[in-house]
Design a protein around this ligand. Sequence first.
Ligand code: UD1
Length: 435
Amino acid sequence: MDRIVVTGNGPLSGAIQISGAKNACLALMPATLLSESPLTLTNAPRLSDIRMMATLLRSLGAEVSSLADGKVLALSSHALTGSRAEYDIVRKMRASILVLGPLLARLGHAEVSLPGGCAIGARPVDLHLRALEAMGAELDLRDGYVHARAPGGRLKGARVVFPLVSVGATENALLAATLAKGTTVLENAAREPEIVDLARCLRAMGARIGGEGTATITVEGVDSLGGATHEVVADRIELGTYMLAPVITGGEVDLLGGRLDLVEAFVEKLHAADVEVTQTNRGIRVKRANGVVRAVDVATAPFPGFPTDLQAQMMALLSTAQGVSRLEETIFENRFMHAPELARMGARIDVQGGVATVTGVERLKGAPVMATDLRASVSLILAGLAAEGETVVSRVYHLDRGYERVEEKLGACGAKIERIAGEGSAEAMAEEGVS
Ligand code: UD1
């Protein structure tokens, strides 16, 4: 198993190119299942989760080729041969559930394994299933699989009111609604930029969609969809993560391709912490405004709120801020597993239920630590950049699911970071299903 060794090496400076969004790409790829015509995704990130989705789509008969060194994905589902997403893939990556809506919409039936638990809480899929049921799907949960059928071979437009905001359930329902008969209205829909990106791509394929980016999305079903070429939106979580690298080390970094509108709530908190964030014509430039980072209180929320996927990284920063910060996690239970690891590096963090109280310390100290999920792993790397001495992060297969070439990107800005190769690929290791 690979490990990453980070040695505190002072302020980082330079530029980091932001990749296409993993979470957008994972929802865009299943869109191929809706159409006989080719779908081309440019600006795709080169990540193990993306390769896993490609494997799943191929198992259904889709063709997926990786071009331009993996940055372009050419997908085609002109001849689907299967409608069953096997447990072996789904358990490794929850986003696999996103093939359910499109398969059902295109073929009128599908069998998808239930994902099971994962490291950051129960994460059920009931909202995905309720939405599809509202659209007329008949569901049978048997042998750990959802067996789904659309009576008469086609889903029906419906009014779907989500009891709570879910990114994945909104995506599944949106994908399915494009080919349903009639109009679907999704209420209390997720507003994340990844949803907007998916709607744009589906529209380029011929779908009739309005209201994406608001809480109400309207979809007028069409009989068939065509092909499209779509550029994957920038990864706002990768962006936010790397925005913290110059802040935690006291340097100055340009995030190329970064867009402020993707990270507004996050930037608001950085301003409160006394960080300077400037939009330039190349992207976003970040540095401390006055030398010290101040404590801030943060509560995660669905977009446009502070993203849960940046909570662990923010905790790493606030571990070295001046004062006491309060971090509240409202989206996922059990998403503070990085706290004890940061504590091994000298951070002072007290977790009570969904709230972590972080008392800033002058300096973190390098230590052997263990990544417990994707965002936790990168928070430990950020902490390592600012720590005195050597931090060895093990279980970095989590990191490889969501961060492309992290050593190269940070190394180019002066970080001392190297990967020590071990046995086992990211795919083989990804047993915990966090994405
Ligand atoms: C997506 C992101 C993930 C991010 C999360 C929240 C992908 C591949 N992953 O995950 O990185 O952390 O959004 O921004 O895009 N819930 C239910 N029933 C359901 C579905 C969700 O109760 O059927 C709950 C979840 O347990 C959680 C909350 O709803 O408490 C939000 O989860 P959701 O937005 O669905 O997250 P994902 O789409 O799985």
